[in-house]
Design a protein around this ligand. Structure first.
Ligand code: PMP
Length: 387
């Protein structure tokens, strides 16, 4: 007889536990600025995507209160039925303006934006080429589309060209997909080269700016702005849940792309519109990103200081040009041990382990609001703890 459902799941969980890959949520009871309270213990948070400190900004809170007093909390329906508010238009206008595209469309999360956009654009006769380290939402969007999928080696344009030479001619449309800042490593995609390749092989280029928005570029528009790239082949996607300080996802591009998605994208059409509080907070977050460049400046001061301190302490980080800095470690046990030692000293820096990443590491997310003495103390402890 087959295993019962419970037995089947138990076996799977036991395998995960044996490999020390078992994970659980933290009991977080408070969050303020750059501190986080877990199980009653206040810690300095190096695990947040809130790079500019906007998630707890008073102006986002006020925007939420004003919007919910006017419109209520839930959006009550899908965008094409009862869920659309002029607030959504305002947010989409603000995103398009930041991204320098004619239009934008907001989704209930970045994950849904990626799943829906890729699967609406691509089909059975098409080819998708993605960086092997792309985010799960990009990989699953590709699978959902039923297109042929090939992964190229991380950041490796030669491998991409090789795969295009061998496969492009057998397919109708071709989409190259990449994170702009890679979420588990912090390194940056070679976007100018990828755009050249897209032009040469007649492909579209989708860039997920989840960790680039607010952090990269003079206006905080992301890596495309940083590299000065604009082209009608490019489709920008991203999230409102990281530097923007709210929740939601978006696609930014041409008027026709957005019109197409409004009519063809199931994860936008058949789900309830982005909630009122999230929409209002995101609109204010985008406004602050554009008008308060000093936040980005503070963030980069902290990133550069942390890199310098690591260097002085002989701690070798993975290559990164973003707010995500990773310290590679031997294995999951070592990563867990050092993470718990840091916690004993007041720092929250989770160990990132397989299967999320190929090799174990400590992943530090830097915030504009971290202060210099905390960064110095952290590297002092890390320097003593790491082998
Ligand atoms: N893309 C990337 C690169 C991400 O890191 C994430 C979030 N971890 C997402 C997409 C999904 O965004 P959201 O959290 O808004 O669903």
């Amino acid at each position: 007889m087959n295993d019962s459902l419970g037995q089947h799941l138990q076996k799977s969980l036991s395998t995960i536990k044996k490999a020390r890959w078992y994970r659980q949520e933290q009991k977080i009871t408070d969050l303020s600025g750059y501190t986080i309270t877990i199980d009653g213990e206040q810690l300095i948070n190096f695990a947040s995507n809130d790079y500019l400190g906007l998630a707890t900004d008073i102006r986002l809170k006020q925007a939420v209160i004003e919007a919910t007093e006017r419109y209520g909390n839930g959006s009550t329906g899908s965008r094409l039925l009862s869920g659309h508010r002029t607030l959504h238009d305002d947010l989409e206008g603000a995103i398009a303006s930041l991204k320098q595209t004619p239009k934008a469309l907001v989704f209930s999360s970045g994950y849904l934006a990626n799943l829906g956009t890729i699967s609406a654009l691509m089909g059975k006769k098409d080819l998708i080429l993605g960086d092997e380290y792309n985010h799960s939402s990009l990989k699953n969007g590709a699978k959902l589309s039923q297109a042929s999928i090939l992964e190229y080696q991380h950041l490796n344009c030669e491998d991409l060209v090789d795969k295009l030479n061998k496969n492009r001619a057998n397919h109708r449309h071709c989409l190259i997909i990449t994170d702009s800042v890679f979420s588990m490593d912090g390194d940056i995609a070679p976007l100018p080269e990828l755009l050249d390749i897209a032009q040469k092989f007649d492909c579209w280029l989708m860039v997920d700016e989840a960790h680039g928005t607010g952090v990269m570029g003079k206006q905080g528009a992301g890596c495309l702005e940083h590299f000065g790239l604009k082209n009608e082949r490019i489709i920008q996607i991203g999230t409102l849940s990281k530097a923007v300080g709210s929740l939601g996802g978006y696609v930014a591009g041409s008027e026709i792309l957005i019109d197409f998605l409004r009519n063809r994208c199931p994860t936008w059409i058949y789900t309830t519109a982005l909630s009122i509080p999230d929409t209002a907070a995101a609109l204010t977050g985008i406004h602050i990103i554009r008008t308060e460049a000093h936040r980005r400046h503070n963030l980069w001061t902290n990133i550069n200081l942390l890199k310098k301190l690591c260097n002085q302490a002989n701690l070798t980080l993975l290559p990164s040009d973003s707010a995500i800095l990773c310290l590679p470690l031997k294995d999951a046990s070592e990563a867990l041990f050092i993470s718990s030692k840091l916690r004993d000293n007041g720092f929250y820096i989770p160990a990132i382990r397989p299967p999320t990443v190929p090799t174990s590491r400590l992943r530090l997310s830097i915030m504009a609001t971290h202060n210099i003495s905390d960064l110095q103390k952290l590297i002092g402890i890390l320097g003593k703890s790491c082998p």
